[in-house]
Design a protein around this ligand. Structure first.
Ligand SMILES: [Zn+2]
Length: 311
């Protein structure tokens, strides 16, 4: 798409392409089929291209001002986010600093809270709740709601027993739970850098459309409280998983009630001034440094890819 179409384009308007990273690595890829990892050397090359040929923008400015401007920009605007607060962000940060590219970190807050604190324990159990109910039929909304109340009202000792039952997380069952994440102290430290914005990615990283009301409210309200305390941008949100079925109108309405202005999915829609602000698109950044692929992604080629696949 880049070679045939975008590279011949002269004017880009003020549409935006949001790009999303997850994990960074020095070694061979742990989940080669999932496209969640980018090597540091590929990252360096990608960011160099972004800094030379694109206009990497701070998210709030991009959505509030850039996309609405009357005059056209000479370079296409992009916004970059990193989901899931992986420990590897600590080492990736220097590349974003090198090119002065603004980033938003979407934090699954509960999983970054100390594991000896109650909210930290609760979130880690809720993240893996499916493993406690291995029967194939799954829980009804009512059962989930009761389970959630039980976890919220459990004593420290009871939570500890749930943890024992779960054992240590395995990547086959739950990738997010199996990663080593940044602590809140590390996030605070990283957030001191002016290129970094932090925002909520819920508490326990569950698909929000599948949760009962009490649990859903907690995911949004609690995580926003923590983000406020960390001086992050509490009106910005990214849906865990983010595919079409992972959120719905109920989730969007609740976000709106809680004062969230912008929410990102992982459908690769190009952002225009008419986009639904609570269903903004983002395209994945994959582990490539081929120039055409990097240009293609940042021009929004995945928008058309998702259209073809009707996602
Ligand atoms: Zn995520």
């Amino acid at each position: 798409m880049y070679k045939k179409f975008f590279s011949k384009k002269k004017k880009f308007g003020n549409n935006l392409v949001a790009l999303d990273y997850h994990y960074f690595t020095d070694n061979s890829l742990t989940y080669p089929k999932l496209g969640l990892e980018v090597s540091y050397s590929a990252l360096d090359k990608q960011l160099k291209i972004f800094s030379e040929s694109f206009e990497p923008l701070e998210t709030d400015f991009a959505l509030g001002t850039f996309v609405k401007k009357k005059s056209y920009n000479s370079k296409p605007g992009i916004i970059i986010s990193i989901d899931d607060a992986d420990k590897s962000i600590k080492y990736a940060l220097k590349y974003f600093i090198k090119y002065q590219i603004p980033i938003t970190l979407f934090i699954p807050v509960g999983l970054c809270i100390d594991k000896n604190k109650e909210d930290g324990k609760r979130s880690r159990i809720l993240c893996r709740y499916r493993e406690l109910f291995p029967s194939s039929k799954g829980l009804t909304l009512k059962e989930k709601s009761e389970f959630f109340d039980q976890i919220i009202n459990s004593s420290f000792q009871q939570l500890y027993e749930y943890e024992l039952k779960l054992g240590s997380p395995k990547k086959e069952n739950n990738i997010t739970a199996s990663r080593e994440l940044l602590s809140l102290t590390e996030i605070e430290e990283i957030a001191k850098n002016p290129i970094v914005t932090i925002a909520s990615h819920s508490m326990s990283h569950n698909s929000l459309a599948e949760l009962p009301d009490n649990w859903l409210k907690w995911e949004i309200k609690k995580s926003t409280e923590y983000i406020k305390a960390l001086q992050g941008k509490y009106d910005l949100f990214a849906y865990p998983f983010g595919y079409k079925k992972s959120y719905n109108l109920k989730v969007k309405n609740l976000l709106h009630e809680e004062g969230i202005k912008y929410a990102f999915s992982t459908s690769s829609k190009i952002i225009t001034k008419n986009s639904d602000l609570l269903s903004l698109g983002r395209a994945p950044m994959l582990n490539f440094h081929n120039k055409d692929y990097v240009f293609g992604s940042a021009y929004g080629a995945f928008h058309y890819w998702d259209k073809i696949l009707q996602r």
